[in-house]
Design a protein around this ligand. Structure first.
Ligand SMILES: [Fe+2]
Length: 227
């Protein structure tokens, strides 16, 4: 069983997760020291203020910079995107280019403030018109009444390791994993100090009974299968 980190910002210069190649290499060293085998890297895409073509070319350039070093680390890195939902996202030309490679899964970040009905309409359209399968990222970070509603939609849901940091507060999140309402876990790593990878390591220890479930889900999603 591989250990998969399903959310990380470590492409050099692609977003605020890593300012330089040196930072990205430190991040990979941290991941390796936590025995992580595979990282889905998720640079931010904010479609209301940047062109898709610009995002793709920055990601490609950044990926090209990091890739030659990967064979020094015993892990796989998969370039994807964290796509923040906005009203016109379902109509964005080329949206399919933001999926996980060779799948129709797309990692979607919801708004942080109270959601209007447009959020639900937009998700529906992404599924039914664009034929994409949303993975809702860091489900632990949204207003409770909103995410509780969205969890009933039977999408794929990713939780951040940080959610399991606080012993009492995390009981709800452990229950979500136990009830198989949440499927994937990620460090959401930013920066070079290793904090987020350590949180992932700690969370997986707390969730040891469910690690196989989480990692099997990750492999299924990476190969384009339904959970
Ligand atoms: Fe993120």
């Amino acid at each position: 069983m591989r250990k998969v980190d399903f959310h990380a910002h470590l492409l050099p210069g692609a977003d605020h997760g890593s300012a330089s190649l040196a930072c990205s290499l430190k991040q990979l060293s941290w991941a390796q020291s936590m025995s992580i085998d595979c990282i889905v890297t998720t640079p931010h895409f904010y479609g209301w203020k940047q062109q898709l073509s610009d995002f793709l070319s920055v990601r490609e350039q950044s990926w090209g910079e990091l890739k030659p070093y990967l064979n020094e680390y015993n892990l796989e890195v998969i370039p994807a995107a964290e796509v923040t939902l906005f009203r016109d996202l379902p109509d964005l030309l080329g949206l399919e280019q933001l999926t996980l490679p060779n799948t129709s899964y797309i990692l979607l970040e919801m708004p942080m403030e109270t959601w209007g009905n447009w959020v639900y309409t937009a998700i529906e359209k992404i599924i039914s018109v664009r034929k994409l399968m949303p993975i809702i990222v860091h489900v632990d970070r949204y207003p409770e009444h909103e995410i509780d509603k969205l969890l009933d939609w039977n999408l794929v849901y990713q939780i951040n390791a940080e959610a399991f940091d606080h012993f009492w507060k995390s009981r709800k999140y452990i229950r979500w994993v136990e009830e198989q309402r949440v499927h994937l876990i990620g460090s959401d790593t930013h920066g070079e100090d290793g904090t987020d990878f350590r949180k992932l390591d700690k969370a997986l220890k707390r969730l040891s009974k469910h690690e196989e479930y989480l990692m099997n889900n990750a492999e299924r999603v990476l190969s384009g299968k339904m959970i």
